[in-house]
Write a protein that binds this ligand. Structure first.
Ligand code: ATP
Ligand code: MG
Length: 293
């Protein structure tokens, strides 16, 4: 039986790489034989499409939140082993309004995912949150063990972080005392920009070891992959973006061990890949990745 970790990937700012991080972290974890469930909570359904699934009316967390369907009925397999999705659909856009009218909406995602967590079927459940501090994100934060925040190293990054950190504090005090800030990961890093280095220093100075050593480089292959419905980690394993996400997945697994990882000797744990490379890439190498593949 696994100890399932549930992690929300959240940032109220749009376009910072939340969905790209969910899709490629999930892909990289699945290729390390971790069993992963992605929950697409954004009506834009970009994670659903990025994992090669279509939007299908009635197949999302929405009917589960309303008590009309069992969660097991909306979990969809992808083309890849160990990688499953609860897709999104346009109806999820109505969830904010409809949920807010129901007493106890704060616990709705936690209740909906409870049976999946208890089943022990997955090592990781990753929630792709919409870009807002609204009802869906609050209910997501109430349901998870920790929050992973993707950010871009740009002007006012710290202001955005302060906002989401405050939301995490509020949810911890009121709804989910065990909620942790699991980590912050820099995405779309252009390693030559001075502003990038300054912002990264400032964020590391403030949040210390909460900030992942691995950074994800800006890489054109990453932005091309969604239109093909294939995570870049599978589409172009040799690209810089893919290398970044694979290195990030190693660091993520080390910071978020499942019971499976804890009970396994390190030598065996390092050799359980179904991909070709058994060694973790070093975070420092990944951080040095240049702009293009
Ligand atoms: N490392 C990268 N290199 C190049 N392009 C990237 C990279 N990461 C993300 N992108 C592109 O940036 C855009 C925004 O990324 P993404 O959709 O993951 O952000 P998001 O935070 O989920 O957005 P939203 O807030 O709308 O949900 C997308 O077009 C994506 O393909
Ligand atoms: Mg998104």
């Amino acid at each position: 039986m696994r100890h399932t970790k549930i992690v929300a990937i959240a940032n109220q700012k749009g376009g910072v790489g939340k969905t790209t991080t969910v899709v490629n972290l999930a892909a990289a974890l699945s290729s390390r034989r971790r069993s992963v469930l992605v929950v697409d909570l954004d009506p834009q359904a970009h994670a659903t499409l990025g994992l090669g699934l279509e939007k299908t009316p009635g197949v999302s967390l929405y009917p589960v939140l309303l008590g009309e369907k069992a969660v097991a009925d909306v979990i969809q397999p992808t083309k890849w082993a160990n990688l499953n999705v609860i897709p999104s659909e346009i109806d999820l856009a109505g969830a904010e309004i409809e949920l807010s009218a129901r007493p106890g909406w704060q616990g709705s995602i936690r209740d909906a995912l409870g049976p999946v967590k208890e089943s022990g079927a997955f090592d990781y459940i990753l929630l792709d949150c919409p870009p807002s501090l609204g009802i869906v994100m609050t209910a997501a934060l109430a349901a998870v063990d920790s929050v992973l925040i993707p950010i871009q190293a740009e002007f006012l990054a710290m202001d955005g972080l302060a906002l989401i950190a405050r939301s995490i504090d509020t949810v911890r005090k009121s709804l989910n005392p065990a909620l942790e800030l699991g980590g912050i990961v820099f995405t779309m890093v252009n390693s030559v920009a001075k502003l990038t280095a300054d912002v990264m220093d400032e964020v590391r100075g403030h949040f210390g070891d909460k900030v992942y050593e691995t950074t994800i480089p800006r890489n054109v292959r990453v932005s091309e992959a969604p239109s093909m419905g294939v995570p870049v980690v599978f589409l172009d394993p040799r690209s810089k973006g893919s290398a970044g996400y694979k290195a990030f997945a190693w660091e993520f697994m080390a910071k978020n061990p499942t019971r499976q990882d804890l009970s396994r000797p390190p030598a065996q744990a390092a050799d359980d890949s179904n991909s070709n490379s058994a060694e973790p890439p070093s975070p420092v190498d990944a951080a040095k990745n240049a702009e293009n593949a």
